[in-house]
Design a protein around this ligand. Sequence first.
Ligand code: CDV
Length: 308
Amino acid sequence: MRVINVAAAQMGPIQRADSREAVVARMIALLDEAKRKGADLIVYPELALTTFFPRWYMEDQREVDAWFETTMPNAAVQPLFDRARQHSIAMNFGYAELTPDGHHFNTAIMTDRDGNIVGKYRKVHLPGHVEYDTERSHQHLEKRYFEPGDLGFPVWRNLGGIIGMAICNDRRWPETYRVMGLQGVEMVVLGYNTPSVNAQKPAEGVTQRLFHNRLSVQAGAYQNSCWVVAVAKAGVEDGHALFGGSLIVNPDGEIVAEAVTEGDEVLVVPCDLDATRFGKETIFDFARHRRIEHYGLITSRTGAVPPE
Ligand code: CDV
């Protein structure tokens, strides 16, 4: 058995006025709890250091840039790195990244047990819109504030396994998991901020939205025979509700742990990476069963084109 004890560290709401330092203190409390529960790896949400700022329409670029980190770790986040190294726990968390040459990404990093950053991922599938949209019940301006990720979907050897990262909306796209599956991924870790209300279909309801969350994550895990750890930022941020439902799914696509609150909550599960082998060697043995000669449209066409 090759076991990684994974902590899904769901975070409750972060208000617009909350400082990075206050958020990092909460993340350290979650890390301490994860340590007590024997974790090797802790997974935090997307944009873990701030409120989900893409809900706010901003025109002043200086105001936008205030939500971004220009270095990682920086002074506000260093205490988290220090505690993680002390505890010998690897981390994954998301933040808004502003590069030295002025690019803006929705980014996640992964560290090893010594607090070294060993992997970086930049969100590929950016949902939402660029301009203020009067038709929506609330704004979702990721396409305004971020560029699509430019790093693809790499995987990394860490903690004795092969681990990949994704961010929020990426979890709904089968391509996300399959590109990592083709690199032998054994565990996908991802964070999300998902509004409880569909801005374009308010009648949808949170039950259906949680169903789509589970459906996407469970399908990704099963079809690539890997573990998936999906972690929410949840609760009401300045009047805007985000759903919880953080979950850990095994390579059979079964949910093995699921959050029950919309606040700070830690789920720890021993994930045996060898449990990925059966699926990878049988029904999802890609080398034997995939038929790439029929998959050309996946990479040559973006939108659907129905026949005449
Ligand atoms: N942060 C996100 O990417 N949220 C999207 C919402 C807007 C649908 C998600 O897929 O959860």
